[in-house]
Every structure is written in structure tokens, then in C-alpha cells.
Ligand binder design. Structure first.
Ligand SMILES: *Cc1c(COP(=O)(O)O)cnc(C)c1O
Length: 360
């Protein structure tokens, strides 16, 4: 028997979340961002739920080719572009769209002798200071790209550093609009936070990531509570043992949890080697929530490599074999993440390869 831990990907939630994106940005087309193996969900597992998108955006050529092998013939965008001539040949052969964000990529394109059309997203650095041409270089880069016969279209693109804050896009948006004055073509700016909270940024293509998976761009579940987004992943396991501890007994490494009365402690087959955060609070107040038999319990003590412990409430009759939800519908991943000092993004992406994942 394998360990009872497993993840489930909820196809109907993905479909719902894509519809939420479209409702927020009705006139934009959608690049569904599935980098990092679809934020840990698995590209194969999300494909069915997201195939109603206009395009998929990701980083790795391997992931792009996987999408093609699944039958996706629509647009695929490489968010960091290509890194070599060999990559560029694959971009051309598999009809991928590519970001161009630096001089090296521009030169590789100028040296490229292929004939097949390549769609380009020209990236402008408007203040994130990660990727992109400076606004002052934009006109030159655009002119050089336009001169290449195989470049079939140029979309201007930028990325926000603070779209999860109230006036977090104003400065970058105005830098973008000034930089592109006089340059024709569509534009793509909005990540999840900008889709939800900054409609002025929607332009022609939006690029949702985290909200497709049902978590909050801010890390705070309350910020998306009214949006209709649904959790796309459940991390599930079971109790594999129960200990009865007396008042004053401690649980786990470092003995950080002390029972305040006679307490039943459930041991769950899930630990940090599964991707569950070791920093999840297990002592003091506001310990991390865990669902046992659908009922909210709290973590007890430190998370270990393959197991964690939960305090079972007095009236809870859970025992070995009882179902446990670490996160999913009914227990937002954002809440668990907050309790571990991080955000839902990181927990999703950290899902360990040893966990079996199935789409439902
Ligand atoms: C990851 C990424 C996104 C999606 O970000 P979310 O915050 O998950 O919506 C959009 N655009 C670019 C360039 C990205 O790298």
C-alpha cells in the first residue's frame, strides 16, 4: 500500500476560475500562465480545465512541447524567451510565441534564417527591473524586430511589481503608455492582481496565473473571498495513528507543543518532504488549521519530514484512516501559507514529486 497522501486537481474549479478571469477582463484575450508545471498542479492535469483559454504562457521549451503533444495547437508563449540558437529553431518549428527582453535575444533573431512566422512579445522594463528593454531603447528594438521578415506580429508587454497594492500600477502604467506612444500593436500587462483590481491595465491580453488556481495574489484569502474563485488543488491524506497525551506532555521534535489537558493527537502522513511547510505554526496561538473528517483542527508541534501532528478536539472521534485535508476547498491554501509565513504560490509549487496527483 502506498502512503495515503495524494493531491487532487479540480478541473471544474479551473474552468470556473478561467470564467472569472474572462468576466473581469471581457474584452481581453487570455494567456493562461502554466509555468512551474502549472504552479505545481501538473500541465497534463490542468489542460482539460484550461483549454478554453486563448493561449498558454510558460517558461520551458519542454513544457511547451508537452502542450503540443497534448494536442494544443493554439498560441504558446515563452515568458523568458529563448536562450540559444537551438531554442530559437524549436520556437520556429513548433510555432511558439516568444518574449524578447534583451539585446542578446534580439541579435539571435537577427541572425535567424528560418522562414516560419514567429510572434514576438517585446518586453519593456517599466520599473520591475527584472526583464525588459528600458523605455529609451524601445523604439530601436521595435524597429529592428519589425524589419525581420519572419516576425509576424509584435505585442508590447510589461510586468507589474506591485499590482496587489491599491495604487501599485499607476507609475508603471504611465511609463508604459509614454514609452509606446507612436508604436502600433497590441499590449499585454495584467497579472492576476491587475486583472482583479486594475481594469485600466487589461489592454489586449491578460496573463493570469495564481487566480486560475484559486489562490490570492496578495496571499490573503479575504481579498478574493468575493470573487467566486475556487481552489483547484486539494492536498489530502489520512491519520495513520492516534496518541493520547496527558496534560504537560509534549509532541514532536523540539517539544514545542505542550498539551494543556488530556488530548488525542492525530498523526497525519504528510511532512515537509511532501512540500508541506515546516514553518507552519504548531505552537502558541493561531496554530495552522488542518481538516480532519472535514472538521477544523490545529497543528500540534513541528512538522517533521514525513508526518505532522494535529490536536483532535474533545468530541472528535477520528482515528487511523480518517481523511485529512491539508488544503483545498474548505481550507484555503492562503490560510495555511499565512500560518507558515509565505504565500499560496510557494506551497503549490513546492508540492513534492513523490505525491501522486490526479485530476478529477
Ligand atoms: C508569473 C507571471 C504572471 C502570472 O502572475 P500571477 O501573479 O500568478 O498572476 C504573469 N506574467 C508574467 C510575466 C509572469 O512571469
Amino acid at each position: 500500500m502506498p502512503r495515503p497522501i495524494h493531491a487532487r486537481i479540480h478541473v471544474s474549479a479551473l474552468r470556473n476560475n478561467l470564467a472569472v478571469v474572462r468576466a473581469h477582463a471581457p474584452s481581453a484575450r487570455v494567456w493562461s500562465v502554466i509555468k512551474a508545471n502549472a504552479y505545481g498542479h501538473g500541465i497534463r492535469n490542468v489542460y482539460e480545465g484550461l483549454r478554453g483559454t486563448d493561449g498558454f504562457a510558460l517558461l520551458d521549451l519542454d513544457e511547451a512541447l508537452l502542450l503540443r503533444s497534448l494536442g494544443w495547437q493554439g498560441p504558446v508563449l515563452l515568458l523568458e524567451g529563448f536562450f540559444s540558437t537551438r531554442d530559437l529553431d524549436l520556437v520556429s518549428r513548433h510555432h511558439l510565441a516568444t518574449v524578447v527582453h534583451n539585446e542578446e535575444q534580439l541579435r539571435l533573431l537577427e541572425a535567424h534564417r528560418g522562414r516560419r512566422a514567429i510572434e514576438v512579445l517585446l518586453k519593456i522594463n517599466t520599473g520591475m527591473n527584472r526583464l525588459g528593454f528600458a523605455p529609451s531603447q524601445l523604439q530601436d528594438a521595435w524597429t529592428r524586430l519589425s524589419a525581420l521578415p519572419f516576425v509576424s506580429g509584435i505585442t508590447l508587454m510589461s510586468h507589474f511589481a506591485n499590482a496587489d497594492e491599491n495604487d501599485g500600477v499607476a507609475h508603471q502604467l504611465s511609463t508604459f503608455e509614454k514609452a509606446r506612444a507612436g508604436i502600433p500593436g497590441p499590449a499585454s500587462l495584467a497579472n492576476s492582481a491587475a486583472i482583479l483590481w486594475h481594469p485600466a491595465t487589461h489592454h489586449d491580453w491578460v496573463r493570469p496565473g495564481i487566480i486560475l488556481y484559486g489562490a490570492s495574489p496578495t496571499g490573503r484569502q479575504a481579498d478574493i473571498a468575493a470573487s467566486g474563485l475556487q481552489a483547484a488543488m486539494s492536498l489530502c491524506s489520512e491519520l495513520i495513528a492516534v496518541q493520547v497525551v496527558a496534560r504537560g506532555d509534549t509532541v514532536g521534535y523540539g517539544s514545542t507543543y505542550t498539551a494543556s489537558r488530556k488530548t488525542r493527537i492525530g498523526i497525519v502522513a504528510c511532512g515537509y518532504a511532501d512540500g508541506y511547510p515546516r514553518h507552519a505554526r504548531g505552537s502558541g496561538r493561531e496554530r495552522t488549521p488542518v481538516l480532519v473528517n472535514g472538521q477544523r483542527c490545529r497543528l500540534a508541534g513541528r512538522v517533521s519530514m514525513d508526518m505532522l501532528a494535529v490536536e483532535l478536539p474533545a468530541h472528535c472521534d477520528a482515528g487511523p484512516g480518517s481523511p485529512v485535508t491539508l488544503w483545498g476547498p474548505g481550507l484555503p491554501i492562503d490560510e495555511v501559507a499565512a500560518s507558515a509565513g509565505t504565500i499560496g504560490y510557494e506551497l503549490m509549487c513546492a508540492l513534492a514529486p513523490r505525491i501522486p496527483v490526479q485530476a478529477d
